[in-house]
Design a binder for this molecule. Structure first.
Ligand code: AMP
Ligand code: MN
Ligand code: MN
Length: 333
């Protein structure tokens, strides 16, 4: 592992033109990792095109470089960094082409469902966030980071640990946060920026939470969002961030799911587990992925059929004997 970390450090020092990309519909780890690495490349004297298939969500736009993220790469480059995922398709519609075009691919991923990708890869499901993997690279390579990069890394670890509450919150995540505060990050200011609610956000939350239903003797909780809810509250899907923690927190619930329309006939399903069910394994069966306790997938089904499928799958996982629940109890989120 440490060999790979130093090797990634060498690539950072010895190359000049980079593309830094992360998964589509980026979360705080995807955005924070992209911007932190972009900033480090900038301070090392290189040039980085920051790529994402989707726009940077409002809560992360205060970060340095957020306005530089583009959804097309025209210029030639030497190295493509793939962050917080390791499948070309997770980069969005242009992902496969971008990977195919890249003279060299370096992937950093912490998902349980990560695949081998590129010439160099750092994959560790024990890392709380991709931001933690970047920090390991910077330390192994002796690369010092400034406050702007530190702020982006802080957002990565803050959001992927659910504000240091999820089971992936470990000593390394907290030590990283402390080190970043030492580099000038103001935790209260970042929390205010990241967790500020959109004007219609609470109304959206009320509408979404009022759809709560419990299934399987209270072990599965479902909530739904519809396009109509977004329209009426003038919000977007990114404003759903964190809502799934409420159904997950209901006493007795093992799995929580949030369903929303993606486009046309596709339903996007977010899954959270309280530990017994490996939702990454469930999601992977249908082309999705994630962590033991947090995963996502898309289903080309109508909402009712999607719900029935999730219920049947969760019932199957809950019923399985303990020995066949691979990875149960793993600390990865
Ligand atoms: P979400 O429910 O979208 O917040 O995602 C929870 C976790 O699962 C995150 O770590 C995502 O990166 C991962 N994830 C979500 N959707 C997918 C997918 N379609 N394929 C692979 N991983 C996913
Ligand atoms: Mn992510
Ligand atoms: Mn992540």
């Amino acid at each position: 592992m440490s060999g790979a970390l130093s090797a990634v450090g060498r690539v950072l020092r010895e190359s000049r033109r980079f593309v830094v990309a992360a998964h589509e519909r980026p979360d705080g780890d995807a955005v924070g990792s992209t911007l932190a690495l972009g900033r480090v490349i900038e301070t090392l004297g290189g040039r980085a095109v920051l790529y994402n298939a989707d726009p940077v969500p409002e809560p992360y736009r205060f970060l340095h470089g957020a306005d530089q993220v583009v959804s097309a790469v025209e210029a030639e480059f030497e190295v493509l960094f793939v962050l917080d995922c390791s499948e070309p398709a997770r980069l969005g519609p242009g992902g496969a082409e971008l990977v195919a075009r890249a003279p060299m691919v370096v992937a950093l991923d912490h998902h349980l469902t990560s695949r081998s990708l590129g010439q160099l890869m750092v994959a560790d499901p024990g890392a709380a966030a991709t931001g933690v993997l970047l920090w390991r690279v910077f330390r192994a390579a002796g690369i010092e980071i400034d406050r702007l990069a530190a702020e982006a890394l802080y957002v990565a670890v803050l959001t992927d640990t659910g504000s240091f509450r999820h089971s992936n919150t470990d000593q390394e995540a907290l030590a990283l946060a402390a080190a970043l505060v030492g580099l000038g990050v103001d935790p209260a200011r970042v929390a205010r920026e990241v967790y500020a609610t959109a004007p219609g956000g609470l109304e959206l939350m009320g509408r979404v939470l009022s759809t709560l239903t419990l299934h399987l003797d209270g072990r599965l909780a479902l909530v739904r969002a519809t396009d109509d809810m977004f329209r009426r509250t003038d919000t977007v899907a990114a404003d759903l961030e964190g809502f799934i923690e409420f159904p997950r927190s209901v006493a007795g619930v093992e799995v929580a799911a949030l369903l929303r329309p993606l486009d046309g006939r596709t339903v996007k399903v977010s899954l959270r587990s309280n530990g017994r069910v490996n939702v990454a394994a469930l999601a992977e069966k249908y082309g999705g992925g994630g962590h033991h306790n947090a995963a996502g997938l898309s289903l080309d089904l109508d909402p009712a059929a999607a719900e029935a499928l999730i219920e049947a799958e969760v019932e199957g996982s809950l019923g399985a004997p303990a020995a066949s629940r691979s990875g149960a109890g793993s600390p990865a989120r």
